[in-house]
Write a protein that binds this ligand. Structure first.
Ligand code: ATP
Length: 136
């Protein structure tokens, strides 16, 4: 089976690179997308969510923020503000971020921008907590 490469790129540079993925499953704004070698070239927006890549028959799991993906037949480049593998996630930090965001959302003051930011922070924290469950 032909393999496809995965590169996860953040403002800090590439945080993960793997040449030999059998399939890469992404959460795009249009829904879940599975990508194998030979995929038609595509660009899509990603939502905050999990990303998984099958390597040597086993899935590796990542938490990513929203961003973009560029798909080429031999390589998937994920461009996001932040991405962590399941094992890198600090669950206490994510739980604290979740509590902070929930507290902000419970406040009566209805500053739209602040609420929007808090909702995104909450989604990032919940995503990290979910993905960390796949840490081996
Ligand atoms: P926090 O409030 O805890 O900083 P955040 O959602 O605001 O969370 P981001 O802005 O998404 O954090 O990420 C900032 C940097 O911190 C990135 O490099 C990201 O990979 C890292 N990071 C954030 N949360 C965690 C976590 N729970 N475990 C490991 N790394 C994290």
């Amino acid at each position: 089976m032909n393999k496809i490469a995965l590169d996860v790129v953040t403002p800090d540079g590439s945080v993960y690179f793997q040449e030999n993925c059998e399939i890469i499953i992404l959460q795009t704004k249009q829904g879940e997308l599975g990508v194998m070698a030979g995929h038609v070239p595509t660009v899509a927006a990603l939502k905050i969510g999990g990303l998984r890549a099958k390597i040597d028959g086993r899935f590796e799991y990542f938490a990513v923020t929203d961003g973009f993906v560029e798909i080429r037949p031999e390589k998937v480049t994920v461009l996001v503000q932040a991405g962590e593998s399941a094992g890198e996630i600090d669950t206490e930090r994510a739980a604290a971020a979740k509590e902070r965001a929930e507290a902000l959302l419970q406040q009566e003051r209805d500053e739209k921008i602040d609420r929007f930011r808090a909702e995104l922070a909450l989604q990032r924290a919940i995503n990290r907590i979910d993905v960390a469950k796949h840490s081996s």
